[in-house]
Write a protein that binds this ligand. Structure first.
Ligand code: BG6
Length: 478
């Protein structure tokens, strides 16, 4: 379904994110007919380019990062035709009147701040000074949304000076992923799971986001963040919220975000021995984290495992084990709900532990698998085995090889539609920092040195111990 016509201004329009994700994504939405030809995208950055030079830059970006669709040169030309460029600087007057003159009335106005957070305030001010933004305009901001509670609050305050909360779209691209949305469909679209979704039946929950990539060229940013700020405070916490929240009364922004916020607020402080930080070493021809980050004395974690707890009636006593890391064995993101042991077995001689496990694979190979116990086929009597009831979404839906919109394109279309359900509200972000801040402060005060792990492994051994000592084990990263 096409969205309303829009004028989208991308500040930082010549940057990496714009070239790799935002514009290739918009091109795919254009090709799919969702972005109609009466919409426009205006790149805005300091570089003194003209519109043609900008179009050329974006053409190259789309050809490199836009997948097979970018071969469709006719559509690509039509899309590039919808692009314009204005050279602006948040600290000087020049360029702003031109941007103001370009904006049309009667279409949705959206502004994507793909720039350093220190520019949010100055840009917002200029947008108002020149009456470029109006009361219905939408602004989109990227992570990192602050680096602690204080800075996040300051950013929220700055934005609030110029925009209402209903105009602000804080992106967490994990919420735009198809399977992440499927989490809600599975939980609230089926009767089967919800009655069991609590501490009476769930033993524990594991959330793993494993990556094979290292920090590569992003060392400068990453070394000041680490896995906790880069991944846990946002992406993993969002996953945790969707898994743990109470059913919202409606699938609507306010209702969903209220429930997520309650989960974050119910998270308990985490004791030191429930956190394992790791850093990848050199190995197998791979440079170490410290080499890649260009900081030989770095104590930043490229891996973290946490045993979290949610103090409410539904979840008290159920550990939530979170782990994420770079340079691990495989790219593998999964949420596993591990149900409790049977209260009693009626099968004599069967001493195995049979547990139902619902695993939701986020990427790659998106799908769901439910481990169920059945009788081993054959005449050997009542022997039980555990087998997966496995469904890969693309196979089940006959959509193998089909184009699924990427998280960014889906989220940008939601901005135009004015749907904030899959965006983080200001109070949510602040609550997430309020939980992470003391954990970070704790290890900084102790000068905690992360444990080294081999590239291509599953992280440091201590992370295994986090579960072993409680008689549990991590799911395989494969
Ligand atoms: C980003 C992090 O937000 O998410 C990166 O900054 C990380 O460090 C990336 O690699 C992972 O996203 P995805 O979509 O590849 O799982």
């Amino acid at each position: 379904i096409p969205v309303e016509p829009f004028d989208l201004v991308i500040f930082g329009g010549t940057g990496d994110l714009a070239r790799r994700k935002i514009l290739p994504g918009l091109f795919r939405r254009f090709r799919a007919g969702q972005m109609t030809p009466d919409s426009r995208i205006i790149g805005a950055a300091r570089a003194p380019l003209d519109a043609d030079a900008y179009r050329e830059m974006i053409r190259q970006g789309i050809e490199e990062f836009g997948g097979p669709e970018s071969k469709d040169s006719e559509s690509l030309a039509a899309f590039l035709d919808r692009l314009d460029y204005v050279s602006v600087d948040a600290t000087v007057e020049e360029g702003w009147p031109r941007l103001a003159a370009l904006m049309r009335d009667g279409v949705v106005r959206a502004f994507y701040f793909s720039v350093a957070p220190s520019l949010f305030g100055p840009l917002a001010e200029k947008l108002h000074e020149h009456a470029i933004a109006d009361v219905d305009s939408r602004i989109v901001v990227e992570k990192p949304f602050g680096r602690d509670l204080e800075s996040a609050r300051a950013l929220n305050r700055t934005l609030a000076e110029y925009f209402r909360e209903e105009q602000i779209y804080r992106i967490d691209h994990y919420l735009g992923k198809e399977t992440v949305q499927n989490l809600m469909a599975v939980r609230f679209g089926n009767l089967l799971f919800e009655p069991l979704w609590n501490n009476h039946y769930v033993d524990h929950i594991q959330i793993t986001v494993a990556e094979t990539v290292g920090v590569e060229g992003r060392g400068g940013y990453y070394d000041k963040s680490g896995a906790m700020r880069d991944m846990v405070q946002n992406h993993l916490m969002q996953l945790l919220c969707l898994i743990a929240m109470e059913p919202p009364s409606r699938f609507e922004a306010g209702a969903v975000r209220d429930e997520k916020l309650k989960v974050i607020r119910a998270l308990q402080p985490v004791p030191v021995h429930h956190i394992v930080r790791g850093q990848y070493d050199a190995g197998d021809g791979h440079p170490s984290y410290r080499e890649e980050a260009g900081n030989p004395r770095s104590f930043t974690e490229s891996f973290i495992a946490i045993r979290a707890e949610i103090a409410n009636w539904r979840w008290a006593g159920v550990p939530f084990y979170l782990r994420t890391g770079k340079k691990l064995k495989a790219r593998h993101s999964e949420i596993a709900v591990v149900f409790k042991d049977l209260p009693h077995t009626i099968f004599e001689g069967d001493h195995a532990r049979h547990r139902n496990i619902l695993s939701i694979r986020l990427q790659p190979n998106e799908g769901i698998d439910l481990t169920v116990t059945i009788k081993e086929p054959g005449p050997g009597g009542m022997r039980l085995i555990d087998v997966p009831l496995d469904m890969t979404f693309s196979e089940a839906l006959g959509q193998e090889g089909q184009d699924v919109p990427d998280a960014y394109e889906r989220l940008i279309m939601d901005v135009i539609r004015g749907n904030q359900t899959l965006f983080m509200r200001g109070d949510e972000v602040e609550a997430a920092w309020a939980w992470t801040d003391p954990l970070i402060a704790g290890w900084e005060a102790r000068n905690d040195v992360p444990k080294l792990y081999d590239p291509g492994s599953t992280g440091p051994d201590d992370a295994l111990m986090l579960l072993h000592r409680e008689g549990r084990r991590w799911r395989e990263i494969k």
